[in-house]
Design a binder for this molecule. Structure first.
Ligand code: ADP
Ligand code: MG
Length: 251
């Protein structure tokens, strides 16, 4: 994994042209019969989930409330551990990574976007975007410069000095996406990123995802309830009762 995060070279290393649909040989992320039983759980939040996410793929995950969508994103992002099965990133089992390499995977290769943004209220947009960069050797001036550039990518360059409370919810989500991009992740894991947004703001967020996917080759795994937004992904995976159902379409 890279140790040069934040540099232009790491960006070019990671940016890739649009790949063809996922194939068995080019999975960036793969789950092999992953199960999750929470300690107090009566039912399996995940059961026998075998899923491949192709390099550069844009995947939407849909399913009723309680079907395991958030649990799936959390285990992919190592915010939580599966109780059965294995997850592979670039062919390497996550369970074999040292805690240091797991931290690195989480902070350097992944970007998280949540329904409720999770911005720090006392910080400006520019400062919020820099938070993940504190774990990198980037100099303060470079951090700020990069954060400003990422705010411009999401159309928020003019709001850099604003705090979250001074922003609309749609604007807050844009800042959260800029923060997710701080370390040039290969993958963005987004859990209902438009769930708190009106349809216009939601469409704007989807534009940003389309752009990240199309122009930067970022792999996106996005949970959504919105069928119209899900259709903009390359593939829709449906979940029910902790299981992944047969894929219904791909383009
Ligand atoms: N921390 C937890 N402890 C126990 N059960 C949980 C926990 N988180 C989720 N669950 C259960 O796991 C199942 C899947 O939840 P979740 O992944 O949040 O579903 P979704 O995101 O699709 O709504 C649900 O039955 C939920 O109640
Ligand atoms: Mg959820």
């Amino acid at each position: 994994m890279n140790s040069q995060s934040g540099s232009l070279s790491s960006e070019s290393r990671k940016s890739r042209p649009l790949s063809s649909p996922a194939s068995a040989t080019d999975a960036l992320l793969r789950t092999d019969r992953v199960g999750k039983l929470y300690p107090d759980g009566q039912v399996h939040a995940l059961s026998e989930v075998s899923l491949e996410v192709g390099r550069g793929e844009h995947l939407a995950v849909m399913g009723p409330s309680g079907s395991g969508k958030s649990t799936l994103l959390n285990v992919l992002g190592t915010l939580d551990r599966p109780t059965e099965g294995e997850i592979y990133f670039q062919g390497r089992p996550l369970s074999a990574l040292s805690s240091r390499n797991l931290d690195r995977y989480r902070s350097q290769e992944l970007g998280f976007v949540f329904q409720s943004f999770h911005l720090l209220p006392a910080l400006t947009a520019l400062e919020n975007v820099q938070i993940p960069m504190f774990e990198t050797p980037l100099a303060p001036r470079d951090r700020a410069r990069k954060a400003r550039r990422l705010l411009e990518v999401v159309g928020m360059g003019h709001r850099a000095s604003h705090q979250p409370k001074q922003l609309s919810v749609g604007e807050r989500q844009r800042v959260a996406i800029a923060r997710a991009l701080a370390n040039d992740p290969l993958v963005i894991l987004a859990d209902e990123p438009t769930g708190n947004l009106d349809s216009v703001s939601a469409a704007a967020i989807m534009e940003i995802f389309d752009q990240l996917h199309g122009q930067r080759g970022v792999t996106i795994v996005m949970v959504t309830h919105d069928a119209d937004l899900a259709r903009r992904a390359q593939r829709i995976v449906r979940m029910q009762d902790g299981r992944v159902l047969e894929p219904t379409r791909s383009r």
